[in-house]
Design a protein around this ligand. Structure first.
Ligand code: GLU
Length: 292
């Protein structure tokens, strides 16, 4: 093993589908090509959005695809203490403020929160906690999408703990990527705009920052993102080869090397042929016809 550590971090909101398989395979290929470690993290911090049984179904499908993590999966539902102490530190350093603004308060201000909360404190309701971003600009070089420069004021002061209880994805992801020692985050370009907020949190919390590589996001023939909830293009764990071949081909692996009849050997051949320079440098990718 080298110092490289990658991860796949699905939310349990449905079965593994073509789009998430591309992210899983992309992160796995980068880690294995670097002779590094590959981890899986189940992002189950948003109980209202979770679909019962989907974490197990995703793990079963990864197993059917021979995508085996090097450690048991980390469940974010077990990590509340770590997120609490991160929030505590942000509070002590004056980086966050309680916010009672409702959706309609925000809508009246263009949907973006800038500066202090204007809604009066309400002792009967828990507030959300937001990070004050001011005029911070985050620049980073994405491994595929090139140089990125994002003023955080575009998204405004963002939530790290929601009024209804759960910690927000941005905080949980930043804390866990650092805690798991991730050296490169490989995921879909639909999360490109989250990266500056996560880098900002890592800097405020003095955590080590990974590198980032954002893969194109799979869309259907109408240009719509394939969402897990649509249930389209779910990977069939009894017959994962056709969709694995299509996903690997979309990551630039020549079709000619994707002939193996077992997931494990298919992956072995794919990693031998993997060339990061062949990854498509786009933000969207039309889902291919799943030919065997
Ligand atoms: N859990 C997120 C999702 O399934 C991905 C998070 C990440 O890769 O950072 O969309």
């Amino acid at each position: 093993m080298t110092g490289y550590c990658g991860r796949f971090a699905p939310s349990p909101t449905g079965d593994l589908h073509f789009g998430s398989l591309v992210a899983a395979l992309g992160s796995w290929l980068r880690a294995r090509a670097a002779q590094g470690t590959w981890l899986v993290r189940i992002e189950d911090i948003d109980p209202p959005r979770a679909v019962p049984g989907s974490a197990d179904s995703i793990l079963r499908t990864l197993h059917a695809c021979a995508l085996e993590p090097d450690e048991p999966p980390l469940y974010q539902s077990t990590r509340a203490e770590a997120y609490s102490s991160a929030l505590q530190r942000l509070r002590e350093n004056g980086e966050v403020f309680p916010c009672w603004c409702s959706r309609s308060d925000l809508a009246a201000r263009g949907g973006v929160h800038r500066g202090v909360c204007v809604s009066p404190p309400d002792p009967w309701r828990e507030p959300a906690w937001r990070v004050r971003v001011g005029d911070t600009v985050i620049a980073f070089k994405d491994g595929l999408q090139g140089l990125q420069r994002w003023p955080l004021s575009l998204e405004g002061d963002f939530v790290v703990k929601r009024a209804d209880g759960p910690f927000a994805y941005q905080l949980a992801c930043a804390v866990d990527d650092a805690a798991q020692g991730i050296t490169e985050v490989v995921r879909g370009a639909d999360l490109l705009d989250s990266t500056p907020r996560q880098i900002h949190l890592m800097r405020l919390l003095e955590l080590s920052e990974p590198k980032y590589l954002h893969l194109p996001v799979a869309v259907d023939a109408h240009g719509r993102k394939l969402s897990k909830s649509q249930g389209t293009a779910a990977v069939d764990p009894r017959d994962p080869l056709p969709v694995m071949r299509a996903a690997l081909a979309s990551l630039g692996i020549p079709r000619a090397v994707l002939r193996a009849r077992m997931p494990r050997t298919l992956l072995r051949d794919a990693v031998a042929a993997f060339d990061p320079a062949a990854l498509p440098r786009t933000r969207i990718l039309e889902i291919p016809v799943l030919a065997d």
